[in-house]
Ligand binder design. Structure first.
Ligand code: NAD
Length: 500
């Protein structure tokens, strides 16, 4: 059986006896085993990072960017193989896996312009003969802990800016689909990155705790579910680290009475069911405003959902594939059962779906609930599966309040032709990323990604200039070059300096 090992100091390294199973979600079989590392594995990675990082930080930013250019070309040249590998472990369809890689590459492309982003600030003549300048310096060693649902994009969100800014970076990817992160690290080394600057350590909580407690790691970026995000934030911060921790989501799509319903149905099907709903920017809650809007929407939605094709990742006509594990499939089915018990109307039930020839795969059909109420647990919690919940709202204010009061605040969308309603919604809603007639408002690479409330702990978003800020520390220099004349004044030296 294929063994997946750490990538430490530029080489494959396995250790210990603990391993985890990596499934093929389409067949239900174990296709590989991944090393579950311990503190000693991390220590070896930290030693390699510490050795390599000072020299990497001294490489000028333009040359660092050239390595990223070469990496981007190598990933493009290997795109087909990477997408197939990703899909085989995650379960998403191959075309969607390419999108996962491409959205990560967009961030790498942004990082190719790092010299511009690191230019700093300068004030000439801030006082008599005094100039002030500030510069951004790398944190040193950074670490990233990533979820299963974007095994290429999210690691690249993190290691792109971290490395471009002159840091060494240690990645702890999800143990459920660990192969693509390894391939990305190998391609970085092939692109000319010095050994020890990008390393991959695999593992579970034991490895995460070792990262959070290690005194040499200055910054930790986490993406995953909210309880763990909060835990990582608290433990990392207690150890004196800079931490950004992105959590779960339950994104709402508000449909105003004037919306183009055909467009909304097409958008909702993609955003609620694409990647089997395993996206933190999925749209699992639809909020039609007014019963007439709700009834008209439901009438169009049901046949569209029933026409969705669930298939293996390699099926070019499939809209989505299996979910990641059997445990996750069971969890989704449990949430559907809870929704029924809580009194929501299950309009389309995806639980009995079986893909012929793949009876042991982790497939689940699409489900639609109507008359979901805000007090229901199945509404308050994240399901992370192909389940769309309709919560009817009487008016705009109630729809806005639903999104505002929800514990998560990652993304939200409004569908309308009314510019005033859209503007009002975007400025007032308590959510980090807003779409106006855009169902999945994932910001482009040169803006930044981050949610509010229980969707994000800590400071700074992912990528764009926010990524550069997270992975650097500001140093400010105040300088004076004496002109050689005898000093004037005697008592001023004892006062707090002012620039008067
Ligand atoms: P997860 O929280 O189970 O795992 C994330 C990471 O944490 C993994 O690397 C895992 O090994 C590690 N981990 C798991 N249990 C741990 C523990 N007890 N202590 C320490 N570390 C632990 O998340 P997942 O199931 O891999 O991913 C899905 C979740 O991620 C969803 O909640 C989704 O909304 C969220 N997500 C959020 C964003 C965002 O940007 N906000 C993006 C993608 C996914």
């Amino acid at each position: 059986m294929r063994q997946i090992s750490h990538v430490i100091a530029g080489a494959s390294a396995s250790s210990g006896t603990r391993t985890g199973e990596v499934f093929s979600p389409a067949s239900g079989e174990v296709q590989a085993r991944v090393s579950l590392g311990v503190a000693a594995d991390l220590e070896r990675a930290v030693v390699a990072a510490r050795t390599a990082q000072p020299a990497w930080a001294r490489v000028n930013p333009q040359r660092r960017a050239r390595v990223l250019f070469r990496f981007k070309e190598l990933v493009e040249a290997n795109m087909d193989a990477l997408a197939e590998l990703l899909a085989s472990e995650h379960g998403k369809v191959v075309a969607d896996a390419r999108g996962d890689i491409q959205r990560g590459l967009d961030v790498i492309e942004f990082c190719c312009g790092i010299p511009h982003a690191l230019k700093g600030e300068y004030t000439q003549g801030a006082g008599p003969g005094i100039d002030v300048y500030s510069m951004r310096q790398p944190v040193g060693i950074g670490a990233g802990i990533t979820p299963f649902n974007f095994p290429a994009m999210i690691p690249m969100w993190m290691f792109g800016p971290a490395i471009a800014c002159g840091n060494a970076f240690i990645l702890k990817p999800s143990e459920r689909d660990p192969s693509v992160p390894n391939r990305l690290a190998e391609l970085m080394i092939e692109a000319g990155l010095p050994e020890g600057i990008l390393q991959v350590v695999h593992g579970d909580k034991e490895m995460v705790d070792a990262i959070l407690d290690h005194p040499a790691i200055g910054a930790v970026s986490f993406v995953g579910s909210s309880d763990i995000a909060q835990y990582v934030y608290a433990r990392g911060a207690a150890a004196g680290k800079r931490v950004q921790a992105m959590g779960g989501a339950k994104n709402h799509g508000v449909v105003m009475p004037d919306a183009d319903l055909d467009q909304v149905v097409a958008d909702l099907c993609g955003a609620a069911f694409g990647s089997a709903g395993e996206r933190c920017m999925a749209l699992p809650v639809v909020v039609p405003v007014g019963d007439r809007t709700a009834d008209a929407l439901r009438e169009r939605l049901v046949p569209a959902i029933e026409a969705l094709r669930v298939g293996v990742p390699g099926d070019p006509d499939a809209h989505y594939g299996p979910v990641v594990t059997a445990i996750h499939k069971k969890r989704i089915e449990t949430w559907i059962r809870i929704g029924v018990e809580e009194g929501a109307e299950l309009v389309v039930d995806g639980r009995d779906f079986i893909l012929q020839g793949h009876e042991n795969g982790f497939f689940i059909g699409p489900s639609l609930f109507d008359h979901v109420k805000p007090a229901m647990e199945s509404y308050r919690e994240e399901i992370f599966g192909p389940v769309l919940q309709m919560v009817r709202a009487p008016d705009f204010e109630s729809a806005l309040a639903l999104a505002d009061r929800h514990q998560y605040g990652n993304g939200v969308a409004i569908f309308t032709r009314n510019g005033h309603a859209a503007r009002e919604f975007a400025s007032r809603v308590q959510v980090g990323m807003v779409g106006i007639n855009v169902p999945i408002p994932v910001p482009v690479a040169y803006h930044s990604f981050g949610g509010w409330k229980r969707s994000g702990f800590g400071d700074h978003n992912q990528h764009g200039m926010e990524g550069v800020r997270f992975w650097t520390r500001v140093k400010t220099v105040t300088q004076r070059w004496p002109d050689g004349m005898a000093p004037t004044g005697t008592t001023d030296a004892f006062l707090i300096p002012t620039m008067d």
